[in-house]
Write a protein that binds this ligand. Structure first.
Ligand code: SAH
Length: 250
């Protein structure tokens, strides 16, 4: 059986209890290269066979899975496998091969980056939506989802896979609804010991990234949720009645 497992954003204790158990029991682990913390691999049994999928094609990954039909195989992805994990093509191929699989979620790096900043994406009166997206690179993005299009919403945004394209990211954000003053942040290796936080604005993103020398493994966050102003929540407002609590008019 193949277990897709989210390794979390980096810190080894941010994998789920279920994910850690699967890693400990695995006969084979195929992990997603440098974005998976080696300390998680250290949980594996000494006789576990370990493969780095950064050096493999989909066919080679599937050959390992097909070659060990009775093994417990962990396919270890970074963050949560459901975002930019290329899991669907693996699951579909496994279905065709008649190999069962399951999927254990993980803490995505956009959550790890928010935690590093102490930020909440969904502030009342500011934004109630998070756009998870990327800049088009060698992998194209559908035209209607271009960063410029997504930036029209002025919502909270987490931009994956784009730290090497900061000039283009900045230009696209500014062609959308963000202004040069909209707060932004680059979070490099969130939750790893070498984590770095660079606070900037949509207008200074490229210069801030260049100055810090950041080209990869970083999350770009942008939106007014990174600024100081917001409304307090209704849920915890003394005047607000809920199923569990009667509101008191001031
Ligand atoms: N499935 C993963 C994303 C894989 S795509 C997840 O849920 O997080 C790889 C991209 O994720 C990187 O280019 C970077 O933008 C982001 N990323 C992964 N780990 C990160 C971390 N610890 N800190 C900041 N960004 C990270």
């Amino acid at each position: 059986m193949v277990h897709f497992v989210g390794a979390g954003p980096g810190a080894p204790d941010l994998i789920t209890l279920r994910g850690a158990e699967l890693v400990k029991q695995a006969d084979i682990i195929i992990y997603a290269g440098s974005l998976v913390n080696p300390e998680i691999l250290a949980l594996a049994r000494p006789d576990c066979r370990v493969y780095n999928s950064a050096e493999m094609t989909l066919e080679q990954v599937l050959a390992v899975m097909e070659g060990a039909p009775d093994a417990d195989i962990v396919r270890l992805h970074t963050g949560d496998p459901c975002l930019y994990g290329a899991i669907r093509e693996q699951m579909d191929a496994l279905d065709k091969l008649g190999i069962p699989w399951d999927d254990t979620p993980g803490v995505s790096s956009f959550c790890g980056a928010a935690a590093a900043l102490g930020a909440e994406f969904t502030l009342p009166g500011v934004s109630q939506s998070v756009i998870i997206t990327r800049m088009a690179g060698r992998t194209p993005v559908p035209e209607r989802e271009s960063l410029e299009q997504m930036a029209q919403h002025d919502a909270s945004m987490a931009v994956f896979l784009s730290a090497g394209l900061l000039e283009e990211v900045q230009a696209s954000l500014l062609r959308g609804a963000y202004t040069a003053d909209t707060p932004a942040a680059i979070v490099y290796k969130a939750t790893w010991p070498e984590e770095r936080i660079i606070r900037c604005t949509a207008g200074t993103l490229a210069a801030a990234g260049a100055e810090a020398g950041i080209r990869k493994t970083a999350m770009i966050l942008v939106g007014e949720f990174l600024s100081g102003s917001y409304e307090r929540s209704k849920l915890y407002d003394p005047a607000f009645t809920t199923e569990y609590r009667r509101g008191i008019e001031p």
